[in-house]
Design a protein around this ligand. Structure first.
Ligand SMILES: Cc1cc2nc3c(=O)[nH]c(=O)nc-3n(C[C@H](O)[C@H](O)[C@H](O)COP(=O)(O)O)c2cc1C
Length: 360
């Protein structure tokens, strides 16, 4: 297959395959390994404080010879008012009880102790460190940030989950769209958590391809030649793979969590707001069931900040029943080999692909 297209030129890679940004899973080593497969590596920075972003970018620069993308969360923060204060107290109390019933020692933060990241500080670091490819999710950047990054000749990749969001990204001057299909692992990148599209990614992809004039990366369920070629036929020029790399050598997931993923069954997959306050796809467990039944889920990022200590304790105790284990609707084998080998295998599968004869 001839892989060269507008994206390979814009991103300066041989293959328009993107190692998905995955906060908590992606590492500088994973980015470097993706670039060794001549694909684009993405360093997830989520809502990490600016100093941590800087250290991670510098570490990645030290081990990766090729340019890479960085990825952050652009979320509009809800105001702290009396109603949020009251809900926070209740959810915190509920979690304290739940943790102690399950022998988990957790020190849950008070609302006043929570530190939130302003994405503008992260952008300052990204410009300072001269990162030239920048992707974001959970919303669109404000126009000043877009202008600033463009003056710095940064290529901008905006995540969307609907036709409306894709049009908004295009109108604001974003260079590339990353369309996240409904089956994608991890958080849905919708702009508005309470108004997100349920339309299947394939339907949106063909519509965006017809009516939006910037290149499209597709994310969600790409795990072999057939799925990659199917989204290419619908108009995608780039192919973002996440779940396929969760078990890899460079994934930050501990071995017990990788094992849990390898045992997962389709019927265990769920879309839930219970860990963060935003919808995310992963494996159902005791925590999700209890949290959903409580009806006490706070809005993002407060739910996320509140459950962080619980997830940390579950990790220390190797307890997958209280850990967020995100993965997409298609469960791959979660190979434990290197990210480079997994991506090279995907490329070679596409290059040697022979369609199955049609049944007459
Ligand atoms: C564990 C995990 C963490 C993720 N974290 C992020 C993130 O930090 N930023 C982001 O834009 N997308 C994130 N995503 C979504 C991926 O970038 C991508 O859209 C998705 O993995 C594609 O679907 P797939 O998992 O079926 O390949 C995450 C996905 C997973 C599985």
């Amino acid at each position: 297959m001839d892989w060269g297209n507008e994206l390979t030129r814009l991103l300066n890679v041989k293959y328009p395959i993107i190692q998905a940004p995955m906060l908590g899973v992606g590492t500088p080593q994973m980015v470097a390994a993706a670039t060794r497969a001549e694909t684009l590596g993405s360093l997830p920075l989520g809502d990490l404080p600016a100093e941590e972003c800087k250290a991670k970018i510098q570490k990645t620069n030290a081990i990766s010879k090729q340019p890479f993308a960085v990825n952050i969360f652009v979320h509009k923060l809800p105001e702290i008012d009396d109603s949020l204060r009251k809900d926070y107290k209740e959810t915190r109390k509920f979690l304290e009880k739940l943790a102690s019933e399950h022998q988990l020692e957790v020190d849950f933060p008070m609302l006043e102790e929570i530190k939130l990241t302003d994405y503008h500080d992260q952008i300052e670091v990204i410009i300072e460190e001269e990162v030239k490819i920048f992707s974001f999710t959970f919303g669109n950047l404000d126009s000043e940030s877009i202008e600033k990054l463009k003056r710095n000749k940064t290529i901008l990749i905006g995540t969307c989950t609907s036709f409306k969001e894709a049009k908004e990204l295009e109108a604001s001057g974003i260079d590339i769209i990353c369309l996240q299909g409904t089956g994608a692992g991890g958080h849905r990148g919708s702009f508005d958590e309470d108004d997100h599209s349920e339309i299947d990614g394939f339907s949106i992809l063909s519509e965006i391809y017809e009516k939006v004039n910037i290149p499209i990366i597709y994310a969600g369920g790409i795990h072999n030649a057939k799925t990659l070629l199917a989204v290419r036929d619908l108009g995608a020029q780039g192919f973002q793979v996440g779940s396929l790399l969760l078990g890899s050598k460079e994934s930050n997931l501990p071995e017990f969590a990788k094992e849990r993923l390898r045992e997962a069954k389709d019927e265990e997959l769920i879309l839930t707001k219970s860990f963060s306050g935003r919808s995310a796809r992963g494996i159902n467990n005791t925590f999700i069931k209890a949290m959903e039944a409580s009806g006490n889920i706070l809005p993002y990022p407060y739910q996320n900040k509140l459950t962080k200590a619980l997830r940390k304790s579950a990790n220390t105790n190797q307890n997958t029943e209280f850990l967020s284990l995100w993965t997409g609707q298609v469960l791959p084998e979660f190979s434990g080999t290197s990210t480079t080998d997994i991506l090279k295998h995907l490329i070679s599968e596409v290059n040697n692909y022979k369609p199955k004869p049609q049944i007459n």
